[in-house]
Write a protein that binds this ligand. Structure first.
Ligand code: ADP
Length: 862
């Protein structure tokens, strides 16, 4: 859990502590430092005082010693006038302002006189005889003196001096001086308040003390001093009294007398000012701290309150509901409040803008989605680290959920194997080189259909320039690609066709009248591409004067949109001067907005050879027609011979018979009448035979009338319609003729009159066959069909008559084969000749139980 952030109050408290504590510590350290200096000064001062005091003590001791020296050399004493000496002494004691007394001792320690006792009175002996006698022996004054307590309690300082009698010590003079005088010295000393001062003798015993009026003589000074004074004449020591009071003791001793002055400064006294200062300082610091903290706390509270007011307003601002910010107690927060109010106003404006931007964005997003839908385009983004694919709705619609699978799993599901490999390789390169790529790949839609898609991909980089993934678009270009492929294929086929054909290309930029002819075109009239005319005017000069107007007219009518294509047959002049026949065809491929043609493309080919062949064919046709007529004439003559021969032979036989019938001799009348009747019949038959021969001739002449021999590209339908209509008009015994065409009317290159004759003959035969078979509701079917290579059309005429008997099937095309009483038997013979003359074939087919069917083919006009 994260540590909660400190509040303003906490921060201010910390600030106060951070500011005050170092200062407090510094002042404390300074105070301690000053105390140390002060203490040292105090101690040195005490030491100096002790030193001064011991000098004063020494002076007093020296003074006593001087008195003692003076007295031992006094005349009465030298004369052994002890009474006179006593008198002198008493007088001196009275005159002296020093409270002193003197006594004289002999070797035995017997006191011989004493200034406090009248002379001659018995006196006590010297207490310390050994010490006394050492003076008699050494003849010298003892080095160090000690205090002496009298029986009345007074303390004295005693000086012992040897009194010589010659070289021998006769007496020892003791001069006693009251210690009380020394005591007054102590009062003159300046010592720290609370300090104690005492004078000690050479043995360390306290002989005077400022505190005690009546110091205990047996009381020794501090043992540390006793020990220290043996090595050091003066110094400072830490010690403790018997009562346990801690002290600093300054002592100074006299090397001559061994006496010393000790100043005891209780540590309490020393530390008192420091403690006081510290207490004062501590209290002040605590007070300042308390005050500062309280102030900081209150200030923090005020700031917190102000900030709290802002916080509520900020939340309202965040929610977009800020209306009014209450006044705050701090200038800065007040400024922030004003800024927030300004922000709220700005936010309101911006929110408004954002809302409108959002709605615009929504519209644009919808439009984009629609645009993506219409253009079948989607966008995608692939993150390298997560292998995560983000795609737009269009892609999800196209591929379903599988488009979101990791890339590896799209193998075989979205991309066929080869496409997946190709995409993977391109992606790998893009990730390495950061280069974009575009791919055309087959993909599998949600329903599993394979469609062509175009991928555009870019590398995505982070701020350091490292590649983090790919993004791009994917477009369904299936229709376009397939169409393009088909176009490519057809273009390839066209190119192949053009390169394998004799077609020459021309391109005319009408806007700037620039004409271009390809190499093949140029080679037709014997030029190079460069030598060819480069505009229309110079080109028209190449055209035969008789054809130029036609070419211009055809161009004009195509420009006006009257013809779908421009087409013309014309002549151009070869470089060598002769003319060539050209077939030209073209189309306007580009028009401006007003519909004016801008560009025209076309092909042309040399038809000179074909033209020549056409002329040849026309000549041949003429010859063929003549041959046909000759053939027909031959057939006719043969038929005539046969036909006329037959009735004439019949007539001849009948004539012979008639001749014989004329012989009626010996016959009865009845028999004669019978013969005559038969004769009439025979003559009638002869007459009929002769008429038949006449009809045959008439019919033959009719069919030998000069036919129209020209062959023209004629629409088949027109011929069929004309034939059927004529047949109906001429009468087909009321049978229905049904025309069912399996093909659009092609143009057939035939002599239409001849073909119409054939068709009429077939229709009449069909109707007659049904009529003779007394079929009342029969129908005639005329159907057409194309040959497999579309080079010919086949026309079939079927009826519902009895058909052709097996015996006749092979012969019906022979001349003069007929089953009809008035038939000539020439119809099918001539029909076959006419069809063959027009490049086709005529034959018959018979299905069991059905009527007869006659078929003929005609070549289609190319
Ligand atoms: P014609 O019509 O003068 O007899 P054709 O050469 O036209 O001469 O016909 C020869 C014969 O073929 C006919 O007499 C007839 O017997 C037979 N024939 C022709 N067409 C048909 C048909 N549609 N049905 C049956 N027989 C036919």
């Amino acid at each position: 859990m994260p540590t909660p952030l400190p509040s303003v109050q906490t921060l201010l408290v910390r600030l106060i502590l951070v500011c005050l504590l170092p200062a407090t510590l510094l002042v404390g350290s300074l105070l301690i430092y000053k105390y140390k200096i002060d203490q040292t000064d105090l101690e040195q001062e005490a030491l100096q005082s002790a030193r001064a005091a011991i000098q004063a003590v020494d002076e007093q001791l020296d003074q006593t010693e001087l008195i003692a020296h003076t007295l031992v050399t006094s005349t009465p004493l030298l004369r052994k006038d002890l009474a006179g000496f006593h008198q002198q002494l008493v007088k001196l004691m009275l005159q002296s302002n020093i409270d002193l007394s003197a006594a004289l001792y002999d070797f035995e320690g017997q006191q011989l006189l004493n200034t406090v006792t009248p002379f001659g009175q018995p006196l006590p002996r010297f207490a310390n005889l050994e010490r006394l006698q050492s003076i008699f022996v050494t003849g010298r004054m003892p080095q160090q003196t000690s205090a002496l307590r009298l029986s009345d309690g007074r303390l004295l300082e005693r000086t012992l001096a040897p009194v010589y009698d010659g070289k021998k010590v006769r007496y020892v003079l003791a001069v006693d001086v009251s210690i009380d005088k020394m005591k007054t010295l102590l009062y003159r000393l300046s010592i720290p308040l609370g300090a104690e001062v005492s004078i000690i003798d050479s043995s360390g015993g306290i002989v005077a003390s400022k505190r005690a009026e009546d110091p205990l003589f047996d009381t020794k000074t501090h043992p540390e001093i006793l020990e220290s004074k043996l090595t050091k004449a003066e110094g400072l020591l830490k010690t403790t009294t018997r009562e346990g009071t801690s002290l600093i003791a300054a002592y100074s001793t006299s090397p001559s007398s061994g006496w010393g002055v000790v100043i005891d400064i209780p540590r309490k006294t020393l530390e008192a000012p420091l403690r006081q200062t510290f207490t004062l300082f501590g209290l002040s610091a605590a007070l300042i701290l308390l005050l500062s903290l309280t102030l900081a706390w209150l200030m923090g509270k005020r700031i917190s309150k102000s900030v709290g007011t802002l916080r509520a307003s900020a939340i309202a601002l965040g929610a977009g509901t800020l209306t009014n910010i209450p006044a705050t107690d701090v200038r800065e927060t007040d400024e922030v409040a004003q800024a927030m109010e300004a922000s709220a106003r700005l936010l309101a404006t911006q929110t408004q803008e954002l809302v409108s931007a959002n709605s615009t964005l929504f519209e644009r997003t919808t439009e984009l989605a629609e645009a993506q839908h219409i253009s079948k385009t989607g966008n995608w983004k692939w993150d390298i680290s997560t292998d995560c694919l983000v795609v737009s709705d269009e892609l999800r619609r196209l591929y379903g959920p599988k488009i979101l699978l990791p890339f590896e799993e799209q193998r075989g599901t979205v991309y066929p194997e080869a496409a997946w490999q190709e995409f993977k390789a391109a992606a790998k390169t893009a990730l390495q080189t950061k280069a974009s790529f575009t791919l055309l790949l087959p993909t599998l839609t949600e329903s599993g259909n394979s469609i062509w898609t175009r991928f555009n991909a870019d590398a995505v980089c982070n701020s350091e320039g490292d590649v983090t993934g790919l993004r791009g678009t994917l477009q369904d270009v299936d229709n376009y690609t397939k169409a393009a492929m088909a176009t490519q294929e057809s273009e390839a086929r066209l190119n192949l066709a053009i390169s394998n054909s004799d077609l020459a290309l021309w391109d005319w930029n009408i806007t700037n009248d620039a004409l271009y002819f390809d190499e093949r075109w140029a080679s037709i009239p014997g030029y190079t591409v460069e030598e060819m005319p480069s505009n229309k005017e110079s080109y028209v000069r190449l055209i035969h004067p008789e054809d130029a107007a036609q070419v211009e007219a055809n161009i004009e009518s195509h420009f006006k949109g009257e013809t779908r294509n421009f087409e013309v047959t014309y002549r151009i002049q070869h470089k060598a001067g002769h003319y060539l026949w050209m077939y030209g065809s073209g189309k306007v491929v580009d028009r401006d907005t007003a519909g004016h043609p801008m560009r025209m493309l076309g092909v042309a080919y040399d038809i000179t050879e074909r033209k020549r062949q056409e002329v040849e064919i026309a000549q041949l046709q003429t010859e063929l027609d003549a041959t046909l007529v000759w053939q027909a004439a031959q057939h006719t003559v043969a038929a005539l011979a046969h036909e006329i021969n037959q009735p004439l032979a019949s007539a001849s036989i009948l004539s012979e018979a008639a001749k014989r019938m004329l012989v009626t001799d010996g016959l009865s009348d009845e028999a004669k009448a019978e013969k005559t009747k038969r004769l009439e019949q025979v003559l009638e038959n002869i007459s009929s035979d002769i008429f038949r021969a006449g009809d045959t001739l008439k019919n033959l002449f009719k069919s030998l009338r000069k036919p129209d021999i020209t062959q023209k590209a004629t629409p088949l339908r027109r011929m069929l319609d004309e034939s059927i209509n004529t047949a109906r008009e001429e009468g087909v015994f009321g049978y229905k003729i049904l025309n069912a065409n399996a093909v659009d009317s092609p143009l057939v290159k035939v002599n239409s009159l001849q073909i119409t004759k054939v068709l009429l003959n077939l229709l009449h035969n069909a109707a007659q066959a049904m009529h003779e078979a007394q079929i009342t509701d029969g129908k005639i079917w005329v159907t057409t069909s194309l040959s497999a290579d579309s080079s010919e059309v086949c026309i079939s005429v079927r009826d519902e008559g009895p058909g052709i008997s097996a015996a006749l099937q092979e012969e019906v095309f022979q001349p003069l084969i007929t089953t009809k009483s008035n038939g000539m038997g020439m119809g099918l013979t001539i029909s076959r000749a006419l069809i063959e003359a027009n490049g086709g074939k005529l034959w018959h087919s018979q299905e069991n139980g059905r009527g007869a069917t006659f078929h003929f083919t005609l070549p289609i006009s190319s």
